[in-house]
Design a protein around this ligand. Structure first.
Ligand SMILES: O=C(O)CCC(=O)C(=O)O
Length: 247
């Protein structure tokens, strides 16, 4: 992998970046196997979303504990440290699969919720919800601004199999209402994050993103990892707070 020299500036400006060859083919195969084995061995009803084929795992790091080790992966740590600094932490992981059998698309939105260990009252953190047994909350925008999502692709991903679409720069608008989202979407030129297997799409949570249903028979598996620059204000704690590898 080539670490783009201007990665932090690109992510600050566009809210996203595409980096090819973060994982080797062997690493992609191992990760695919790890996830398939865990789903087959212990389908955790609340976390694993099944529609005649698993299409999402909410608590990926609980269902597939080995995924937590990815935070120590040399390329991944270098990418995250370049954007968030050396004290970055893995907060949680999700898995998305998109196939012709369990097909789905999603309208333009920002990722506003974070997963935490325990519900605690802290100014600016609301509303609360519980998803698959885990407390979630919407933090103030400055917390989301100090986060980075890394989407590791386990299959080649194109427009045809439902690649993520993003509106570069939209993360700078803080939280957007639905009319604001629709206006921005109508006046912007989205880009489609086509990427090879083993590549990573880096994305700020406040970036407007969406995706179409697949029109292909090629799967689109993504391991979605959320990193933060540092701890949450006490007494709140990230669901995980696993440090990345030292630089
Ligand atoms: O993977 C996708 O196509 C969309 C995922 C998404 O919307 C999200 O991470 O919030």
């Amino acid at each position: 992998m080539q670490l783009p020299p201007d990665l932090a500036d690109v992510v600050r400006r566009d809210g996203c970046a595409i980096v090819e060859a973060v994982l080797t083919d062997d690493e992609v195969n191992s990760l695919r196997a790890l996830i398939e084995e865990a789903i087959a061995a212990q389908p955790e009803k609340e976390s694993v979303r099944d529609r005649g084929g698993v299409y999402a795992i909410r608590n990926l790091t609980d269902v597939v504990p080995g995924v937590r080790q990815l935070r120590l992966h040399a390329n991944l740590s270098r990418l995250v440290a370049a954007v968030l600094g050396p004290g970055a932490l893995l907060g949680r992981g999700l898995f998305f699969d998109k196939t012709a059998e369990s097909n789905w698309g999603i309208f333009w939105h920002q990722d506003l919720s974070i997963a935490v260990r325990r519900r605690e009252q802290v100014d600016g953190f609301r509303p609360w919800s519980v998803k698959a047994g885990i407390p979630h909350v919407q933090p103030p925008p400055e917390i989301l601004d100090r986060m980075l999502t890394v989407r590791l692709h386990l299959d080649d991903c194109s427009e045809a199999n439902g690649a993520l679409r993003v509106i570069p720069g939209s993360h700078r608008s803080a939280r957007l209402s639905l009319p604001e989202t629709e206006r921005l979407q109508q006046n912007s030129k989205p880009i489609t994050c086509e990427i090879g297997r083993g590549g990573a799409v880096l994305m700020k949570p406040l970036l407007l993103h969406s995706s179409h249903k697949t029109v292909s028979d090629t799967r689109r598996r993504v391991v979605h990892l959320e990193f933060a620059a540092g701890p949450l204000p006490e007494p709140l704690e990230w669901y995980h707070a696993d440090p990345i590898a030292p630089s």
